[in-house]
Design a protein around this ligand. Structure first.
Ligand code: SAH
Length: 219
């Protein structure tokens, strides 16, 4: 059997997908189970659909990208989501990251500045029966004050610094994971923990994300 033929077999494809995640450091059993359950193929449309099970970022609508699965896994792992948690995601994009979080948390709020992406993601959430996700069109740099505070916050677009409204909307003991840095240079994945005495910052690894852009998009 050639490699190409093997990759058509869903079970084989799934094994490779999970193997690639483990090889790149996604070792948390709950995260791996969540990623085994949620079909990334449901979140990638058109030309790139057949590459959904490869460990690479792919283009989605509105000139945005669905993150690389291993990066989704590593960010989710760093977030250390607990079953009773309420999680906020900034940057819905395809909805894939929110879907993974929905397996681990009680409730997931996700926002994107592109209403088209929010609409498309909502359709997929409905098709997959992911009823604990609420998606909004909003500028996520202000967070989601009406639903705050959050146990966990994940930002999947890069800001220069952690936006202060997001820091303020994190519960005591809460964790936020986000890429920071200039959009066209190397960014760092940062883990922020809110403590009684302030915030603890831990730099995790270099990453590359699309920029966090202020204001709503036109589509
Ligand atoms: N988490 C996504 C990938 C996100 S790509 C997934 O799993 O597919 C980054 C997303 O952040 C883009 O969709 C972009 O529109 C969104 N974004 C950028 N700036 C934003 C802002 N200020 N508020 C909300 N969303 C924003």
């Amino acid at each position: 059997m050639t490699d190409d033929a093997a990759s058509d077999d869903p079970a084989e494809r799934q094994m490779r997908f999970l193997f690639a995640l483990r090889t790149r450091g996604v070792t948390d059993a709950r995260v791996l189970t969540a990623m085994e359950r949620v079909d990334r193929g449901a979140f990638v449309r058109g030309l790139f659909a057949e590459r959904a099970y490869e460990d690479m970022p792919l283009p989605i609508s509105c000139g945005q990208t669905i993150s690389q699965p291993s990066v989704v896994g590593l960010m989710t792992q760093a977030l250390n989501v607990q079953p009773r948690d309420t999680v906020l995601e900034i940057g819905t994009g395809s909805g894939y990251q929110a879907a993974i979080l929905s397996q681990l948390a009680r409730r997931v709020y996700t926002v994107d500045r592109h209403r088209r992406l929010v609409r498309e993601a909502q359709d997929v959430f409905r098709d997959l029966g992911l009823v604990n996700i609420t998606a909004f069109t909003a500028d996520g740099s202000h967070g989601l004050p009406e639903q705050a505070p959050f146990d966990r916050i994940i930002v999947t677009a890069a800001a220069e610094d952690p936006p202060s409204p997001l820091l303020a909307q994190l519960k005591l003991g809460g964790i936020m994971v986000l890429p920071v840095g200039q959009s066209d240079t190397v960014q760092s994945l940062l883990k922020v923990t809110r403590l009684e005495s302030g915030y603890d910052y831990e730099e995790l690894r270099p990453v590359r994300f699309v920029p966090l852009v202020a204001g709503l998009a036109t589509e």
